[in-house]
Design a protein around this ligand. Structure first.
Ligand SMILES: Nc1ncnc2c1ncn2[C@@H]1O[C@H](COP(=O)(O)OP(=O)(O)OP(=O)(O)O)[C@@H](O)[C@H]1O
Ligand SMILES: [Mg+2]
Length: 359
């Protein structure tokens, strides 16, 4: 994937931006609050995913404007494509190669990118939901069947949980739980199998990237964590039946893929609990770079790599590793001090000032 051109109108603090990026490394530099992250955020939106910074679309629209328009021309293995996203009070809409796209999710797989931003430290620092999301988003993008199974699972879970809350007062409803147990177990099995498979393929890649970042001084291991060993639909059916009493007394489903997690250990200790700032940042970055390798393997397309503020808190040898290992694909990387990045990556430097690219 190579972005040939970017054009933003009334997007964040950009009134009008037009950029022909380099096919390799693009260093986006400038003082604080000038629009570096905004520039990267726009590129990410072309994947069809929500912003990594906000769930409120209207925040993307320049203050006092009614709509934002961002447009890109990019090449992928199927040739040159043009994508234009409009954001206004009705939400987001997209025209892809001149045709209006019915939903944002139907964009999945057309433009591929991976993004690292400081908010992704939550992957390592926060609870399991962030880590499940990390796995689910890529799997949904790579496998339409996974996206449907996950949506079906979540729908059935909501219904089952609502019923569990009603059963203590209306015990006659308990029989209906069988219906939801059956519909949950098929989806639970597919979601679990795909997640386990994905993580087993991702683990050696993350370990290798992390080993490089830490100059082979530290070892990072990831693994799938589940309260049950269930894999097949029959396993899950038995599980939901056996845990029904506990579920009724707690008023929600206690087991299943919605409770699973991804363990992230540095030198056998949980990174969330014991990792230093630099180690946690390195781990989140390794997860993201390895995600890029997975997307490349699964789709044959090299995703565009977006690195926002990746260098802070990393020592010199970790920074050097990152800079030496990002070439060979198109990269957008932000920083306040362009000298180091421009020279080491051989990249093109763009300076942003008050929503304009000034050099
Ligand atoms: N919808 C919007 N309309 C106008 N300006 C906005 C909008 N959203 C954000 N901004 C402005 O954009 C600026 C921040 O841009 P951005 O986050 O890209 O900064 P940055 O260059 O990455 O800074 P830092 O180095 O601190 O990370 C802020 O001044 C903010 O007020
Ligand atoms: Mg920023």
């Amino acid at each position: 994937m190579i972005i040939k051109s970017l054009e933003y109108r009334f997007f964040r603090n950009y009134e009008h931006l037009f950029l022909n990026p380099d096919e390799g490394v693009n260093v986006i530099t400038g003082d604080n609050a000038q629009g570096k992250t905004n520039l990267i955020e726009g590129v990410w939106l072309f994947t069809g995913c929500r912003s990594f910074r906000t769930r409120t679309d209207m925040r993307l629209v320049k203050t006092d404007s009614e709509a934002s328009r961002i447009k890109t021309v990019f090449t992928s293995s199927d040739g040159e494509n043009e994508e234009e996203i409009t954001v206004d009070k009705n939400g987001r809409s997209v025209v892809f190669n001149g045709v209006k796209v019915p939903s944002m999710t139907s964009l999945f797989g057309k433009f591929r990118a991976v993004v690292f931003s400081p908010v992704m430290l939550s992957l390592v620092q926060q609870g399991p939901e962030e880590r499940r999301k990390f796995v689910d988003i890529t799997l949904c993008e790579l496998d339409g069947k996974y996206a449907r199974a996950l949506a079906a699972y979540n729908r059935s879970l909501v219904q089952r949980n609502a019923l569990l809350k009603d059963v203590p007062e209306h015990p006659e409803l308990a029989d209906m739980l069988d219906v939801w147990d059956s519909s949950l177990c098929e989806a639970a099995s597919y979601v679990t199998r795909m997640r386990r498979r994905y993580i087993s393929l991702l683990a050696p890649k993350v370990a290798e990237v992390y080993s490089g970042i830490s100059s082979e001084r530290e070892k990072l291991d990831i693994g799938y964590v589940s309260r049950s060993e269930c894999v097949t639909p029959a396993d899950f059916y038995t599980l939901y039946q056996n845990t029904r009493d506990e579920d009724i007394s707690r008023g929600s489903t206690q087991n299943g893929p919605h409770r699973d997690d991804l363990s992230i250990d540095i030198d056998t200790k949980a990174a969330r609990v014991y990792g230093s700032q630099g180690q946690q940042r390195s781990a989140a970055l390794a997860l993201k770079l390895a995600e890029g390798l997975m997307i490349k393997d699964a789709s044959g397309e090299e995703p565009v790599v977006l690195l926002d503020d990746v260098m802070s808190e990393l020592d010199r040898s970790r920074r050097d590793f990152v800079l030496n290992h990002i070439s060979g694909r198109q990269v957008f990387i932000t920083c306040c001090d362009p000298q180091e990045l421009g020279e080491k990556t051989g990249g093109r430097v763009f300076t942003v000032k008050d929503g304009k690219v000034v050099s």
